[in-house]
Design a protein around this ligand. Structure first.
Ligand code: HXC
Length: 529
């Protein structure tokens, strides 16, 4: 029998006699099972979910997808566990809703774990459902978004649920670089369960109601004797600002789902170039931006917010920032130029004077690699005094982490355009999408300084013990406090009027849409991890 409800022998006899009766009885049972599936763990548990301030797995999908477009798969799938009396506890769908639908009229696959069914815990069959949609998404070239709300491996299933997790991990890796994978943590996410989101491209969290940790507060107390709350150990604030394990957070489930719709709008459906989205725009590509002439202070040491510059350059000032609360000395995010998605990477002098440090290097390197994997052109805005000095950085491995960004830019073959807005010093000059990393178009604004180091440091070394410090500093500045030497060498293609930046970049990006680069045959590179 297809469904679990008992069927009597009288029913059987009637069915055999009358095929139309058989059909109508089946329809009735189908309706019963469908209703059960829609109700998840039942009204009580749904009420508890709402009392926490959370939506149910289905309500989240309703907000994520364009109305009426979601097609559920495997709504009747049930677990096969026979331990702990589990054969008598069945919920059609087994704690995860899977399927596909449209987001802004483009296909997206999704799974949404249902905390009302066994705490959203992952069984062997629950995993099979997730893997099925991931494989389908990879085959057809559509993003996958996973809404995680789960107590982790289903305890009753033992190693079968661990195997299920491993199958999901493998599917994550197989899909990586082929389709965008987005994870949203909307409730608990503990134990090994944290690792599937960790292998996806972007991870978002919901403020106050979501948390992620490998071991919870009780285990931490036992092992390290630390007292820590769930929120302080693995809440959204910790992960977006300290650990970097999440890329953003939003106030509640509704705001989070709406933000995901916005993010998906910027992303291609797959690594096939033809799926890059184009959005009609009324923002003219040749728009002059006189504001850019006054947004950068003349004093090279005065802070300013690079985000104001970005907003002036991109279509309608619209940017979706990735990791806005982490390593704020570098900005990463998606925007559009002439309706085409670009990845923005920009030093921000507002924090740590825009220096590159470990966290900024990691943040930007991962972003650059995503853009390169998915054919998204890179626009880099540079105002960098160098790498952040100090024992903390050196002991933390700034050499290895800084190398990631250098490596990522150098291996990226997407269109790359760079503008230096005020200064570019030392190794950071090379790293920040310099001409030498096969960047297609490099520009500098007229006030730019490009040198090995700042005047004071340089004079201290070149003229140690000399009393004429002030004179040497001004000579040094006269020589290096402008981009002319770089322009004479062809390391910047032109020194441009700031107000002309948008027009020039749009023009270059249009031209670069047909860029091709010969592939170097190798299995894969070995980026310093
Ligand atoms: C089976 C589970 C479950 C699990 C929760 N439930 N977690 N069932 N397996 N892992 C069930 C509960 O029995 C309960 O069922 C319902 O879900 C809701 O759980 P509550 O505890 O009542 O909810 P709450 O108080 O909100 O606490 C949520 C929680 C807690 C913090 C997630 O349930 C919890 O600590 N669960 C265990 C977490 C865990 O250690 N998981 C294994 C991690 S190791 P009823 O019927 O009462 O509603 C792991 C390995 C993966 O995941 C390895 C991959 C490499």
């Amino acid at each position: 029998r297809l469904f679990s409800s008992a069927v009597t022998s009288e029913d059987d006899e009637a069915d055999e006699k009358d095929p139309s009766m058989l059909k109508s009885k089946f329809k009735e049972r189908l309706q019963v099972e469908r209703t059960k599936s829609l109700l998840g763990g039942g009204q009580d548990r749904i009420d508890r979910q709402h009392a926490k301030g959370s939506l149910t797995a289905r309500e989240r999908l309703e907000i994520l997808f364009d109305e009426g477009t979601f097609q559920e798969l495997d709504a009747f799938k049930t677990h096969r566990c026979t331990e702990f009396n589990m054969e008598n506890i069945q919920f059609p769908g087994d704690g995860v809703i899977t399927g596909y639908g449209k987001v802004n009229d483009r296909y997206v696959y999704a799974f949404s774990q249902d905390f009302t069914v066994f705490g959203g815990s992952l069984s062997e069959t629950h995993a099979e459902k997730i893997v099925k949609i991931m494989e389908m998404a990879t085959r057809v070239g559509a993003p996958v978004i996973g809404l995680n709300d789960s107590g982790g491996a289903r305890i009753q299933e033992g190693v079968n649920s661990l195997a299920g997790y491993a199958d999901v991990f493998q599917a994550n890796v197989d899909a990586s670089g082929v389709i965008p994978q987005i994870s949203v943590v909307m409730g608990p996410c503990a134990g090994g369960a944290v690792y599937s989101p960790a292998m996806t491209d972007f991870i978002f969290m919901v403020e106050s109601t979501s948390y992620r940790f490998v071991t919870g507060p009780d285990v931490v107390k036992t092992v390290t004797n630390e007292d820590v709350t769930k929120e302080d150990l693995g809440g959204s604030k910790v992960h977006v600002s300290k650990s970097g394990v999440a890329h953003g957070r939003f106030g509640n489930d509704i705001a989070t789902m709406k933000a995901m719709r916005r993010l998906l709008d910027f992303l291609p459906s797959s690594n096939d170039k033809s799926t890059l989205p184009i959005k009609e725009t009324s923002d003219p590509p040749d728009r002059l931006v006189p504001e850019l002439e006054r947004l950068v202070p003349d004093d090279p040491n005065s802070p300013y917010d690079m985000k104001n510059i970005i907003r002036q350059i991109v279509d309608h000032g619209d940017i979706f920032e990735i990791m806005p609360e982490m390593a704020q000395n570098i900005v990463t995010g998606f925007a559009r130029m002439e309706g085409h998605t670009v990845g923005i990477v920009a030093n921000n002098p507002l924090t740590l004077a825009g220096c590159l440090d470990i966290n900024a290097s990691n943040k930007a390197a991962r972003f650059v690699r995503f853009c390169d994997a998915f054919n998204i052109p890179l626009v880099t805005l540079v105002d960098v005094p160098g790498f952040l000095p100090g024992t903390e950085q050196e002991f933390g491995g700034i050499i290895r982490h800084g190398a990631k960004l250098l490596f990522a830019y150098a291996e990226a073959t997407v269109p790359k355009v760079t503008v230096i807005t005020r200064k570019s010093y030392g190794g950071a000059y090379d790293v920040m999408a310099s001409k030498h990393l096969r960047v297609d178009c490099n520009y500098a604004w007229p006030g730019t300084e490009i040198a090995v180091m700042g005047a004071k440091g340089a004079v201290n070394i070149l003229y140690r013990g000399d009393n004429n410090v002030e004179q040497h500093i001004s000579e040094y500045n006269e020589k290096f406090a402008n981009p002319m030497i770089a322009a004479q060498r062809g390391f910047v293609d032109d020194i441009i009027d700031p107000q002309d930046t948008r027009r020039i970049l749009c023009n270059d990006l249009r031209l670069l849409r047909t860029k091709t680069m010969p592939e170097i045959k190798k299995k894969h590179s070995n980026i310093p991890l």
